[in-house]
Write a protein that binds this ligand. Structure first.
Ligand code: HEM
Length: 508
């Protein structure tokens, strides 16, 4: 159960009626029912895609009411750009994010802005995402990718199609577990998902379900689910406690995130993360660090399989840049400019963390049009922001990686592409995810031709993140030289200085 206030609402929740004095000017769906609100035709398993549909009908800002609570959604590029103004707006921990507090507490992702552990953990952990640290992870990422290609080679030899989201989830979980915590879940060697993954998916799904049930009815309607959720959280905690205990016993790792959490003091204050907070951070990184990247890779592979001309161009780039080097180096990944555009374009259409919430730091007027009181908040719907025809053109639904060539990017207004959120609370793992995903796409393109199932129609599963449902691809081994990614020696991770934030740039 999420932390709640005396009104039974998630802590930090402010209804739109209190926050938006001119709420009546914001459209809502027709056929609003007394008490229940805008529930007619709602798909409880796909609340995001429902909101996208409504956004298309109702325009760049709209509201929805469910069981007495009103929420404001927006996606218009002008409105979203204004919300990116850090002097007037900040991250809002509400809805799905607040529901994760019982599992992730004041970990980086779910911390309230005022909680001191956010700044402490950010300063201690940000060097773990610097360029130098990334170079240190590269060899481990290659080694995990080698396990994926080993598995795909076996599937291919057996004449089976590969389970793209399932295998990408194994890959990204193993990558963050290995690079962050020196841990191996053995995902590729298992028949069924690792129990940690099952517990994690369970708790994410539960967090999403909480949004579709009136808070006072949760004990009644979700009794069984709440019990299972408590068991899931207990499992996640146990797994992490074992992992930390192992590390303490072994006396240190190779300078990974866990070492930083356990050993690094804040460069200015000398403060350290408490044991309780380390647990929350480890869960946060294992959760935040894999589902999103797994979805991004899965969507990219879907689009590559559907657009053979794009795949051919990307593959030609990989062959040109990597030649027949068996193990591409760190710098050779950043040179895959077109592959990166494929990834960006996939994240444009399906940003895998598909919304983020922003709240007003003080009374203000959004984009000169909508007065907001301090604390009022709205959910920015990134898949719609990324399809705003005023920015992306009338063909915004079309997959076209050239939208991300340097000239096109320069010509677009700021804050119109936000798959990693915005401002101080934007994704700390952005470079990590982009490096991992570009590397893996490069390796897969070099090794295989991707053949889609002609009957497959993209369906999207939601559990706070989005992922293609049931996506399977047939593979063919390429005839061109493409050597396997074999495990390589892991270089030192080179800890950087925490004096300035190495992950966030002013434009974030
Ligand atoms: C394609 C992959 C990824 C996407 C699309 C993504 C997206 C996001 C977004 C939108 C936010 C901001 C959420 C908000 O404002 O409420 C965020 C925050 C965060 N992400 Fe990611 N993420 C990705 C990969 C990763 C990875 C690989 C890691 C860790 C290794 C990570 C760790 C985090 C953390 C810790 C935060 C909270 C940052 C803070 O508030 O200080 N993410 N991510």
């Amino acid at each position: 159960m999420a932390e709640t206030t005396e009104t039974g609402l998630p802590k930090g929740f402010r209804g739109a009626e209190q926050g938006w004095p001119e709420l009546h000017r914001i459209p809502h769906p027709p056929h609003r029912l007394p008490l229940l609100g805008d529930v007619l035709g709602v798909d409880r398993r796909r609340p995001l895609q429902d909101s996208l549909r409504l956004g298309r009908r109702l325009g760049p800002i709209f509201r929805r009411r469910a069981f007495g609570n009103e929420f404001v959604f927006l996606w218009g590029a002008r409105l979203a750009a204004d919300m990116a103004d850090e002097s007037r707006f900040a991250k809002h921990v509400g809805l799905g994010v607040a529901n994760l507090r019982p599992v992730a507490g004041d970990g980086l992702f779910t911390a309230y802005n005022h909680e001191p552990n956010w700044q402490l953990a950010h300063d201690v952990l940000a060097p773990g995402f610097s360029r130098e640290a990334m170079e240190g992870y590269h060899g481990m990422m290659l080694a995990v990718a080698g396990r994926l290609t080993g598995h795909w080679d076996r599937e291919l030899a057996a004449g089976r199609a590969v389970d793209v989201p399932g295998d990408m989830t194994k890959l990204t979980l193993e990558t963050i577990a290995r690079t962050g915590f020196g841990h191996d879940f053995g995902s590729f060697e298992r028949e069924r998902p690792h129990p940690f993954v099952t517990a994690m998916v369970g708790t994410l799904t539960y967090a999403q379900r909480l949004n579709s049930v009136p808070v006072p009815l949760v004990p009644l309607l979700l009794r069984g689910a709440s019990r299972r959720n408590a068991a899931d959280i207990a499992h996640l905690n146990r797994t992490v406690d074992d992992l930390v205990a192992d590390r303490r016993r072994s006396g240190g790792g190779d300078g990974d995130l866990l070492d930083r959490m356990l050993e690094t003091a804040h460069p200015r204050t000398g403060e350290r993360l408490s044991d309780q907070n380390v647990r929350k951070q480890v869960i946060t990184f294992l959760v935040a660090g894999h589902e999103t990247t797994s979805g991004a890779l899965s969507f990219a592979l879907h689009y590559l399989a559907r657009h053979p001309e794009v795949a051919a161009r990307a593959r030609a780039e990989v062959d040109r840049v990597w030649g027949d080097t068996p193990q591409p180096g760190y710098d050779q990944v950043a040179k895959l400019r077109y592959v990166r555009r494929v990834l960006d374009e996939s994240l444009r259409l399906w940003p895998t963390a598909p919304a983020f919430a922003r709240e007003a730091r003080q009374d203000t007027v959004l984009a000169g049009e909508h007065p907001m009181r301090r604390g009022a908040w709205a959910l920015v719907l990134t898949p719609m922001l990324h399809r705003d025809p005023e920015v992306w053109g009338e063909d915004a639904e079309r997959f076209d990686p050239d939208r991300f060539d340097a000239k096109a990017v320069r010509a677009r207004p700021a804050h119109t592409f936000k798959p990693f959120g915005t401002g101080a609370r934007a994704c700390i793992g952005r470079q990590f995810a982009l490096h991992e995903a570009t590397l893996v796409l490069g390796l897969l393109l070099r090794r295989y031709e991707l053949r889609p199932d002609p009957d497959y129609r993209l369906r999207v599963t939601e559990r706070l993140t989005v992922i293609p449902e049931g996506l399977r691809l047939h593979l063919e081994r390429r005839t061109a030289p493409a050597r396997a990614a074999a495990p390589v020696t892991v270089p030192d991770d080179g800890s950087g200085s925490a004096a300035r934030c190495p992950v966030h740039r002013p434009a974030d």
